[in-house]
Design a protein around this ligand. Structure first.
Ligand code: F3S
Length: 430
């Protein structure tokens, strides 16, 4: 039997000894070994359900499917229903040719249906639970301030930690499910007060509100996995976490987490812990990074163009990574219509996909007037993950544009700021 370094309760030791069955023993041993590696002192009880990063049935993940089978056979299920990252394909709204479709369905995600059936058996909320923004009101997987969590999706972890004030480490895929099955997580890193202190001060000195995805990119690339304390952003977002501020922080956070590896940030005067503790959150030896207009421009100019032909006409545009909120979705409808009017065109020049959570998509589709307007522009709405789509080599090599710095980082998609991408999608050129 594994001899843990961390302190365990009698009940936890009993599970580790196999008293609750072999499947739970293995799950417990996995999280205890993981915690020992990171110096955890003990396990904590989870206060809230999990969110899974692994939402795609790639045949290579056979060991994951085997683990799932073992959990299902043992009757293991998470106590609360869980959500998962977006699905990788949506041929109805993001159509592809026959060959890429075969690659998607027969090669890349050949196990999608079987895997989703497994997810349902271990506690998936429902068929609409597939989104990285599980914390939207419409989806309802919303932890409270102080809740102990075990999530893995980087954009969701950084949002839960920073905006909601919950506590999750950046766990790996499957580990979060095992934590959910056992109901525990190892206590280290962001689960501790000390691990939530900032070792960077970001002094924001731009002359206008910066693009969220660019600010997040600059911060992420500089601080990497450290915790930044951001000063000056409340000038633009205000002192309340209203819908606009939350959407901005969602997009900024996803960029910090993907262009770097940020799992938690504090915004002075705005995010919960910064409001409660202020500068007490900042370590004495914290370094300072000043971000002004020139720094934002420098960061942006350093993005490489990965297209084979840098002058190619874009073949697809993805807006909504991480998924758009309902307000953002309606905002983009207005923005695309305005861009079309400016370009003197009736339909978008570049096939454009607005991506959002399935529950938000359903609500939007139920709004006949909005759908009529969207169809008139030529854009579509989908709950797909653009990154999973781009992972198909036949799709990934096409010239794709996006306003997502996460998608830019992980694929060959080219980044454009919101106003630029609207003009580009509408008129075909900048
Ligand atoms: Fe979400 Fe997929 Fe982007 S998980 S953040 S839409 S890469």
């Amino acid at each position: 039997m594994y001899s843990p370094t961390m302190r365990l309760t009698d009940e936890e030791r009993a599970v580790l000894a196999g008293n609750s069955g072999e499947a739970k023993r293995k799950a417990m041993e996995t999280i205890v070994r993981f915690g020992d590696v990171f110096g955890a002192d003990r396990l904590v009880d989870l206060d809230h359900g999990v969110h899974l990063v692994t939402s795609f049935g790639i045949p290579l993940l056979k060991p994951v499917f085997d683990i799932m089978d073992e959990l299902i056979e043992a009757g293991c299920k998470t106590p609360e229903p869980f959500t998962a990252d977006p699905r990788p394909c949506d041929f109805a709204n993001v159509p592809v040719g026959l060959v890429p479709r075969i690659v998607f369905t027969k090669v890349m995600y050949a196990k999608q249906k079987a895997y989703e059936a497994q997810l349902a058996k271990v506690g998936l909320k429902d068929g609409k639970a597939f989104t990285c923004a599980c914390y939207f009101d419409e989806v309802g997987n919303i932890p409270k301030e102080g809740d102990m969590l075990a999530w893995a999706e980087s954009s969701a972890v950084v949002y839960a930690n920073s905006v909601l004030g919950a506590r999750s480490n950046r766990n790996s895929g499957v580990l979060e499910l095992l934590c959910g099955i056992v109901g525990k997580a190892p206590r280290f890193g962001f689960l501790t007060d000390e691990g939530r202190k900032a070792s960077w001060i970001i002094e924001l000195k731009t002359t206008a509100r910066p693009e969220a995805q660019l600010l997040g990119s600059a911060i992420g690339m500089r601080v990497m996995e450290d915790v930044p304390y951001i000063r000056g952003l409340d000038r633009y977002l205000g002192g309340e976490l209203n819908a606009d501020a939350k959407d901005y922080l969602k997009d900024m956070g996803a960029a910090t987490a993907s262009n770097g590896a940020v799992g938690l940030y504090h915004v002075e005067g705005l995010t919960p812990e910064a409001k409660a503790q202020g500068a007490a959150l900042v370590r004495k030896d914290a370094r300072t990074y000043v971000i002004d207009d020139a720094e934002i421009a420098r960061v942006r100019a350093a993005y490489p163009v990965m297209w084979k032909d840098p002058d190619a006409r874009p073949e697809r545009c993805f807006i909504g990574c991480p998924h758009l909120s309902k307000a953002q979705l309606y905002g983009w409808l207005d923005t695309l219509e305005a861009a079309l009017a400016k370009a003197g065109r009736r339909r978008l020049a570049i096939p454009t996909v607005l991506t959002t959570a399935p529950d938000v998509e359903a609500a939007f589709r139920a709004d006949e007037s909005a759908m009529r307007r969207l169809r008139a522009t030529g854009a579509t709405v989908s709950a797909i993950c653009p990154l999973m789509y781009m992972n198909n080599p036949l799709c990934g090599k096409k010239p794709v544009i996006t306003n997502s710095n996460k998608l830019r980082t992980y694929t060959k998609a080219r980044y454009y700021a919101d106003a630029e991408i609207a003009a580009l999608a509408a008129g075909g050129t900048l």
